[in-house]
Design a protein around this ligand. Sequence first.
Ligand code: SF4
Ligand code: SF4
Length: 349
Amino acid sequence: MKVSKLPKANVNKFLESLQDFGEVIIPKEKQEQPGVYMFDTMTDPSEVAWEYLRTIIPPKKYLTKPKEVIFKFDSQRGFEEVIEDAEQKRVLFGLHPCDIHGIKILDVVFTHQYTDPYYTRRRNNTVIIGLSCIPDEKCFCKSMHTDYTEDGFDLALSDIGDGYLVAIGTSLGDDLVAERADLFTEVEETDRRKYLDFRKKRNQSFKLDLDIDDLPYILDLEQHSPIWDELGKRCLTCGSCSMVCPTCYCFNVYDELNLDARSGRRIKQWDACLFKDYALVAGGHNFREDRAERVKNRYYHKQFRMVEQYGKPSCVGCGRCINACPAGIDVVEVLTKVREGSYAETESS
Ligand code: SF4
Ligand code: SF4
């Protein structure tokens, strides 16, 4: 892979130059909540929170919107497709490897069987620039094999002290560097050493580990583990874990009618399999009325059915759901206990 170096003294100029491409989205610290981060539009390069760990909502919000009109209809005139932001060019700057893997999973989901025009139009107008990070006690991307990525980005920056080693992933990324070649320098042998030292330090920083070997097989065996009922009693079915997850993609579609009752809008809105009405169908039957079934479904979907369908789980180990759950449900703890059968032992002892 082609690499270059961006000295830290030139970073702000590079960020400003990205605005020529389109809206630049960066990780920012919330002013009213120190230590809490979000992706938002850059107005000044000094706003970048270089040391952020995870944002509350992942960058998926720029590709599949929390709520959007997908078409307008009128019984006289038919319908008119609406793709909000379809022409908006964007740079998603500062994505950590787990979030890049999250987008790689969404890319597959939204193009595999049917191409979602709302997602793909935005995705095709989006530049992705990655940023290295040091994990905290809730990161387990290493266990999920999403702690590094060699694709899924246009550029990826790794901190090597006085600058960033910039991996160039696409021809568009190459163009962005070429357009501001004056800001970049050659990578020296000492830079390569510093990068390898950084990788070593990062690899040694992981504190959380999840054994995913044979996990789908274990889950298949543990369909009736008491843990699912136990979690059903604890879970508030608030859906926060789905909303903050970079790979959760479920949505609901409904119509909003105007007062004339003949025209209106069709809305697409994020949904969560934890919500009570998620599996409610016409006629009033609910396939997952029981809370335990809904919690269990989330685990089986991510770690079992996604592996069956796409060959990998749809969890990238970002730790957001661990942070967000008001009931203290921790995905690593749950899956470790399922593997160990410790819930079953507790129940039977
Ligand atoms: S399940 Fe939790 S840890 Fe895994 S990707 Fe989703 S939010 Fe992150
Ligand atoms: S965040 Fe926690 S309480 Fe809320 S739905 Fe998810 S597992 Fe249940």
